[in-house]
Design a protein around this ligand. Structure first.
Ligand SMILES: Nc1ncnc2c1ncn2[C@@H]1O[C@H](COP(=O)(O)OP(=O)(O)OP(=O)(O)O)[C@@H](O)[C@H]1O
Ligand SMILES: CCCC(=O)O
Length: 353
C-alpha cells in the first residue's frame, strides 16, 4: 500500500488529500482569505505550506508516512501528457514563473520542497501546458505568433481514460471530444491518446466562460486595451479573471445567472445561450479536426451539473455523436492515479529537461 500526498493549489484555495493506494483517506479544501491570495504568488508559499501541514496534523497523518507527493502543475515549457518527476530544473521554472503565472505552480514548488526534506519523490501529472497539438494547429495569421496549448489537461485526459475504461478500450485506441466546462472552458480533440487541437482555455481563445472572455474580435480587443491603458499583465488579468459571465452580471456563479434567467431576465438568457452556442461551435470544430471519426463527446466540469446547459449543447451537437457527462472534476483522484500508475509499473516517468 502506498500513501500519496496530493496537492492542488488554485487561485483562492489549496486542496490537500492523502490516498492509501486508490482509497482517499481525506480531502481538505482550505479557502484562503483575499488578503492572502492578493499577495504575489511566490509570497504565498509560507502560509500555504503551513496550512497543508496543519491539515495533515488534523487528520493525524505524519509527513514521514508519505511515500510520494503528486502535485498539480504548473505553467512550464510545453510538454506532452504524462507523469513527470519534479527535478531541480522544473522546480526553478515553476518557482521563477518563467513561463507564466498560475497558482498551480505553487503545488509543485511546495511539493518539491517537502519531498527534499522527506527524501522522497514528487511528481506533476498532466499539467496545464500539455502540448500535443499537430503542426497546422499552431499557425496563426501573423508570422512569429503561434497558438499554444494551455488547458484543463488533467481533468480532460482523466475523463477520456475513464470513458475508454468503461467501454473496455484503451485511451490510445479511441477518438473523443472533451469539453471541460468550469470557471474556464477548454474543448479538446483527443486523437488516439493525444490532444491534437484545443483552445487556450486560460487567456486567449474559445467560448466565453463564467470568468473568461474567450475569443474576442482582434480590432475590438486592441481598442479595448488601448482605451483602458492596460499593460499586458493587466489585460491578461481582465481577460482571465474578470470577463465572461462575471463582466455581464457581476458574478462568475452560473447558478445565479440561471436564477436570473428563470426570473425573466432576457440578457441572462441571451448570454447563457451564447455560451452554449460557442461551446457547441468548438465541439463541432473538433469533430472536423477528427475528420468525423468521433467515438464520443464527453462533457465535464462544474457547468455540466446544469441541465439547461447540457440540454442546449446536446441540441446542437447530438447529431454528431452520443454525449457522456462526467459532472464536476476528479483532479485529486487523477493526480493520485498518475503517481500510483508509476509505482505499479503501468507507465514510466517522463523527465523534464
Ligand atoms: N448545478 C449547477 N448548475 C449550474 N452551474 C453550476 C452548477 N454547479 C456548479 N456550477 C458552476 O460551475 C462553475 C465552476 O465550475 P468548476 O468548479 O469546474 O470551476 P473551477 O474549478 O473554479 O475552474 P476550472 O474548472 O476552470 O479549473 C461556476 O460558474 C458554478 O456556478
Ligand atoms: C486552463 C487552465 C486551467 C485553469 O486555470 O482554468
Amino acid at each position: 500500500m502506498k500513501k500519496i500526498l496530493v496537492l492542488n493549489l488554485g487561485s483562492t484555495s489549496s486542496k490537500v488529500a492523502v490516498f492509501s493506494d486508490y482509497d482517499m483517506l481525506f480531502e481538505d479544501v482550505i479557502r484562503h482569505n483575499v488578503d492572502q491570495t492578493n499577495l504575489p504568488l511566490i509570497d504565498q508559499v509560507p502560509f500555504r505550506l503551513e496550512s497543508i501541514k496543519k491539515s495533515l496534523e488534523q487528520h493525524q497523518i505524519t509527513l514521514q508516512a508519505i511515500d510520494a507527493i503528486a502535485c498539480r502543475g504548473g505553467v512550464l515549457k510545453p510538454i506532452e501528457g504524462g507523469t513527470y518527476l519534479i527535478n531541480n530544473i522544473m522546480y526553478h521554472d515553476l518557482k521563477s514563473f518563467k513561463y507564466g503565472f498560475h497558482a498551480s505552480n505553487l503545488s509543485g514548488v511546495i511539493g518539491y520542497e517537502l519531498s527534499q526534506e522527506l527524501n522522497i519523490d514528487s511528481y506533476i501529472v498532466d499539467p496545464v501546458v500539455v502540448d500535443e497539438l499537430i503542426p497546422e494547429a499552431r499557425i496563426t495569421g501573423i508570422k512569429g505568433i503561434e497558438r499554444r496549448s494551455i488547458f484543463h489537461a488533467l481533468n480532460q485526459k482523466s475523463v477520456a481514460k475513464q470513458y475508454a475504461d468503461g467501454i473496455g478500450k484503451n485511451y490510445e485506441d479511441i477518438n473523443v471530444i472533451v469539453a471541460h466546462l468550469g470557471g474556464g472552458i477548454s474543448i479538446g480533440a483527443h486523437r488516439k491518446g493525444r490532444v491534437i487541437e484545443v483552445n487556450d482555455g486560460l487567456l486567449g481563445e474559445g467560448p466565453l466562460s463564467p470568468e473568461r472572455a474567450g475569443s474576442i474580435p482582434n480590432d475590438a480587443l486592441l481598442k479595448w486595451a488601448i482605451d483602458h491603458d492596460y499593460n499586458s499583465i493587466e489585460a491578461n488579468n481582465e481577460l482571465s479573471k474578470n470577463s465572461g459571465l462575471l463582466s455581464y452580471f457581476g458574478t462568475n456563479d452560473c447558478l445565479k445567472v440561471e436564477q436570473l434567467m428563470e426570473n425573466g431576465d432576457k440578457a441572462a438568457k441571451l448570454v447563457l445561450d451564447a455560451m452554449c452556442y460557442q461551446i457547441s461551435k468548438s465541439i463541432g470544430s473538433c469533430a472536423v479536426v477528427l475528420e468525423g471519426q468521433v467515438d464520443q463527446i464527453i462533457i465535464t466540469g462544474g457547468l455540466s451539473y446544469s441541465k439547461y446547459i447540457i440540454n442546449k449543447v446536446k441540441q446542437y451537437v447530438s447529431w454528431l455523436q452520443n454525449v457522456t457527462i462526467y459532472e464536476g472534476e476528479k483532479e485529486m483522484h487523477a493526480l493520485n492515479v498518475g503517481v500510483l500508475d508509476l509505482f505499479y509499473g503501468k507507465i514510466s516517468t517522463k523527465s523534464y529537461e
